[in-house]
Ligand binder design. Structure first.
Ligand SMILES: Cc1ncc(COP(=O)(O)O)c(C=O)c1O
Length: 393
């Protein structure tokens, strides 16, 4: 019998949904392949697909968003860069502060963009987080008092799932007259994401986390004056993000966003139950395991678990051999396993940081997946611990 494969790495990426693929296909074929900037019928057919996608995305994000505010990008990484670097450049142009403030647990797409601002002669302020991953609002106050071009704080963290109070943070930034960017890549479709009463200036979403293809995302830009383009070309998308639009990807994103918004509540209830079951049973078979950020507000689809006396790379390899895919909360740099910047910023001790696994659920997961993991894990933990004990003797 072929080995049962278990995919618990949905925060990394998800398969393309059949409805999404179906919606995209006409835009790859002879009827609607045109350039959306062309005025002829081929172009108009493609343009109609783009406009419909904008309309669907704006509608899914609540009544505070207009279709014209949806700017398509090559994914979450580009949207994050456009937000952080684009706001910094726009502020410098106006004679404002060439300085950005981002939380310590942002995705590398935001953190590296902030470093890029610093390398360009600007400044980056890193807002610390507490032991549950919640961003320091005192540090935000200090940054706002100094003056910044943009504040960027993610809605849901991709490793530990902590949910930030973005509504409150957005209001604080609005009061100070500072643009606020939210990386919503791990939030959209997982928790209610409506900008109806959240006064953020910019929001990033990414297609491949919600059943659209890789390489398509969007930045919602509610104030065009707040950002300057970071790539240059034709006048597409108001010049904020020029380049011929990825029409099939955009159509796929529009469909995926609409479906994810419609299904969010049911999805969240289902995966939260799976996550809770995983945590409960994992603690029963590995009693000294530690659930990271367990006591903060968390999104339903992610859990980060440290297993003392192991290292995550070894666990990951053994789990893969057993047909179970998950992710580590550590990074392999120059051959040595290092805890992730997220766990480090939360103050997780190094030995637990290097022993962290991330399990993330998607719409295909079932209780049998949890069953398979719990069945395989104790032996793997035993093996990795025995090896670790020999290596560190
Ligand atoms: C929170 C967050 N932001 C940004 C990104 C980057 O998105 P993309 O893979 O579409 O570039 C990811 C993807 O891992 C993410 O989880």
């Amino acid at each position: 019998m072929p080995k049962r494969l278990v995919y618990l790495d949905n925060a990394a990426t998800t398969p393309v949904r059949s409805e999404v693929l179906e919606a995209m296909l006409p835009y790859l074929g002879p009827d609607a392949f045109g350039n959306p900037s062309s005025p002829h019928r081929f172009g108009r057919a493609a343009r109609a697909g783009v406009e419909e996608a904008k309309r669907r995305i704006a509608a899914a994000l609540g009544s505070g968003v207009e279709p014209g505010q949806v700017i398509f990008t090559s994914g979450g990484t580009e949207a994050d860069n456009l937000a952080v670097i684009g706001c910094a450049l726009a502020a410098r142009e106006r004679g404002g502060p060439f300085r950005v403030a981002v939380s310590a647990i942002e995705h590398k797409a935001v953190l590296a963009a902030a470093h890029a601002v610093a390398r360009l002669g600007g400044e980056e302020i890193i807002l610390p987080v507490n032991g549950q991953g919640e961003v320091s609002e005192d540090a935000l106050s200090e940054a706002l008092a100094r003056g910044v071009a943009v504040v960027s704080v993610m809605w849901v963290n991709n490793e530990i799932g902590v949910v930030q109070p973005v509504g409150r943070l957005a209001a604080r930034c609005r009061e100070a007259g500072v643009p606020f960017h939210v990386d919503g890549v791990q939030a959209f479709g997982k928790i209610p994401v409506s900008l109806h009463d959240i006064v953020c200036t910019l929001l990033t979403i990414s297609g491949h986390k919600i059943g659209a293809p890789k390489g398509i995302g969007a930045l919602v830009v509610r104030d065009r004056d707040a950002v300057e383009a970071i790539i240059h070309g034709g006048g597409q998308q108001f010049g904020i993000r020029p380049g011929t639009e990825n029409v099939p990807g955009i159509v796929g994103l529009g469909t995926a966003v609409e479906l994810a918004a419609r299904e969010q509540a049911a999805f969240a209830a289902r995966v939260a139950a799976l996550r809770d079951e995983l945590e409960r049973r994992l603690l029963a078979v590995v009693p000294d395991a530690v659930i990271n950020a367990a006591h903060g507000p968390r999104a339903p689809h992610v859990t980060s678990v440290s297993i003392p006396g192991t290292d995550s790379e070894a666990l990951l390899m053994h789990l893969d051999l057993a047909g179970i895919a998950c992710s580590s909360g550590s990074a392999c740099s120059t051959g040595a396993v290092e805890p992730s910047h997220v766990l480090t910023a939360m103050g997780v001790p190094r030995d637990l940081g290097v022993a962290a696994l991330r399990f993330s659920f998607g719409k295909e997961n079932t209780p049998e997946d949890v069953e398979a993991l719990i069945g395989a894990l104790p032996k793997i933990v035993e093996k990795v611990r025995a090896l670790s004990a020999v290596l560190h003797r």
